[in-house]
Structure formats: structure tokens, C-alpha cells
Ligand binder design. Structure first.
Ligand code: ZN
Length: 80
């Protein structure tokens, strides 16, 4: 693994967290928000989802071109 991979992985993980947070928010406020506010929040969720996918793509592309994939051994350690 290289520094760039670490950086991209961190960005990806942060994007995941951000997306999850807004998604939870959206679900939580589903019945409480006006249609307008809900639509706006939904847009934020969508933007975060796109950012998340881009971060994942960056990570995959770097790993593929650089050959610095993390160990893909049986993932006993990595499972949560
Ligand atoms: Zn790399």
C-alpha cells in the first residue's frame, strides 16, 4: 500500500460516512419536513452519493493502475 492509496481510502471512508449521515437524516425527517425541504435534503443525499462513487472510482483506478491493492487474503481481520 502507498501513501496515495491511504489518502484515497481516507477520502472514500469520509465520503461513506457523510453519505450515511445525510441518508439517516433524510430517513429521520421524512415525515417532519415540508416537501420543499425534503427535496432539498434529498438533493444533498444524491450529491453525497455521487461524491462517494467518485471517491470509490478514484480508489479503484489508482489501485488498478498502481498495483497497490491492499492485501486480499481471507479477510478475517477485516470483517466487522
Ligand atoms: Zn498506489
Amino acid at each position: 500500500m502507498c501513501d496515495e492509496f491511504d489518502k484515497l481510502m481516507l477520502a472514500y471512508q469520509q465520503a461513506v460516512i457523510k453519505h450515511t449521515e445525510t441518508l439517516v437524516l433524510l430517513e429521520g425527517f421524512r415525515t417532519k419536513l415540508s416537501k420543499q425541504d425534503y427535496d432539498r435534503l434529498e438533493q444533498v443525499v444524491e450529491q453525497n452519493r455521487l461524491a462517494l462513487e467518485e471517491a470509490r472510482r478514484n480508489l479503484e483506478e489508482h489501485a488498478a493502475s498502481h498495483g497497490c491493492l491492499p492485501s486480499t487474503e481471507p479477510s478475517d481481520a477485516a470483517t466487522t
